[in-house]
Design a protein around this ligand. Structure first.
Ligand code: BGC
Length: 411
């Protein structure tokens, strides 16, 4: 199967940069929030290693790269912009461009500066204006080096875990908060979309949506179907609609899809079926779902599809090649216009509330020494890029020997 889209990796500032920033995640993790008590202060120390990290990317032959900016570094206090942070990101973007890699920037990836959060975060009355001021500054300062932007990463996940289940900062726990922060992010996205296009008419702007394939736990149970549908509507349908094509305009130039797993829904049934393939975090592996979510929304969403994230937690690199192959195969079966595939991720990342334990990288990170070591999946990924295909030899070498762990069977 030939692959006719660009391939690269996706990252997020808080998850790899390390160092200090006055963000809600730094504060929450300092107070012992993460499962292993780690904080984003260590992470991959990418802030001090951009040169060698870009070399690693270049070594795998990628042509595209999705990176995040830390808003709190750029605007540490309301209305005060730090020129050294901008200089740093200019340096990183220049390195990428010199390596022939086209950058896509994420402006907000799950993390608020504390000052913004204190004003209510995206629930605040003027949130869109605060966000817009930051976005305008960034586009003015970096716009000669980049013209592709994800405004907000996974609004639904940020709202759900931070404002409904309270598992994440800012630890709020109400359906009203969930809905109002979602509304605030949609408004902020639209505002940013308009502002960016004013400064860069040719820019490509969109949201990276977290999409799951919701399935009924019992295939013949109408109630389970209804629950699956309801969950899908509440969790993802409306935010996709509100940030794509509406009566008042297209709000995206590409359809950004982050896809990891499926959900089995039903009364008392929302568990991974026994025997189903799962990753190290117990998430069900369901490659067909990637094709299905793209097809479900692609028509409503103008522009090409960017798979802005797809990947897995696999500490032993025991099944990552198989997972990559099966998701790329699923993309090969769609008629949708797939333009990009960004694998999550290149070096192991600080995984939010899960801390340092889950291993999502094709390159292993030793957090103590900061040593980076290519896993076999890095070679496989580079081979796909070089051949613009998964060759029969590559399948034989990297994919065929691998099997997935499975969920325990229950009685
Ligand atoms: C997020 C990433 C995260 C990844 C793996 C996505 O939902 O955008 O920040 O690391 O999933 O959990």
């Amino acid at each position: 199967m030939g692959i006719n889209f660009d391939m690269g990796f996706a990252t997020a500032a808080t998850q790899i940069e390390g160092g200090d920033a006055d963000t809600i995640w730094h504060r929450w993790a300092d107070a012992g929030g993460a499962a292993d008590n780690s904080t984003p202060r260590r992470a991959g120390d990418h802030w001090n290693r951009v040169e060698s990290d870009v070399d690693l990317l270049r070594g795998m032959g990628v042509t595209i790269h999705r990176m995040g900016l830390e808003w709190a570094r750029i605007e540490p206090r309301q209305g005060f912009f730090d020129t050294s942070a901008i200089q740093h990101y200019r340096h990183e973007l220049t390195l990428l461009r010199d390596a022939g890699i086209t950058p896509l920037i994420t402006l907000h990836h799950f993390n608020d500066p504390v000052w913004f959060s204190d004003l209510g975060g995206f629930r605040g009355k003027l949130a869109h204006e605060h966000f817009g001021r930051y976005v305008t500054h960034v586009v003015q300062e970096l716009g000669d080096l980049v013209d592709e932007w994800v405004t907000i990463n996974e609004p639904n996940v940020f709202a759900y875990l931070g404002y409904f289940t309270a598992e994440w900062p800012p630890v709020q726990h109400s359906i009203v908060a969930y809905l109002s922060v979602m509304r605030g992010m949609i408004r902020a996205h639209r505002h940013a979309y308009t502002l960016i296009h004013r400064l860069q008419p040719h820019a490509k702007v969109g949201v990276a949506h977290h999409l799951r394939e919701f399935l009924p736990a019992r295939r013949r149970n109408p109630l389970d179907w209804a629950i699956a549908r309801g969950a899908r509507l509440l969790f993802q349908d409306w935010v996709v609609r509100a940030t794509s094509r509406t009566r008042r305009g297209p709000w995206a130039d590409f359809f950004g899809v982050n896809y990891y797993t499926t959900m089995r829904m039903g009364i008392g049934q929302d568990e991974v079926p026994g025997g189903a393939p799962v990753n190290n975090l117990g998430w069900e592996i369901y490659p067909e779902g990637l094709k299905r979510v793209i097809e479900r929304y692609a028509e409503r969403c103008p522009g090409p599809v960017f798979v802005t994230e797809n990947g897995t937690a696999d500490a032993d690199d025991a099944f990552r090649c198989r997972l990559i192959a099966e998701h790329l195969d699923a993309l090969g079966r769609t008629d949708a216009d797939i333009e990009r595939y960004y694998h999550w991720t290149f070096i192991d990342n600080w995984e939010w509330a899960e801390g340092e334990d889950p291993r999502f990288g094709v390159i292993a990170l030793n957090y103590e020494t900061q040593e980076r070591t290519r896993r076999p999946s890095a070679d496989f990924y580079a081979d796909i890029i070089a051949n613009k295909a998964i060759t029969p030899d590559a399948r034989k070498r990297w994919v065929d020997p691998q099997t997935y762990p499975t969920a325990p069977k229950r009685n």
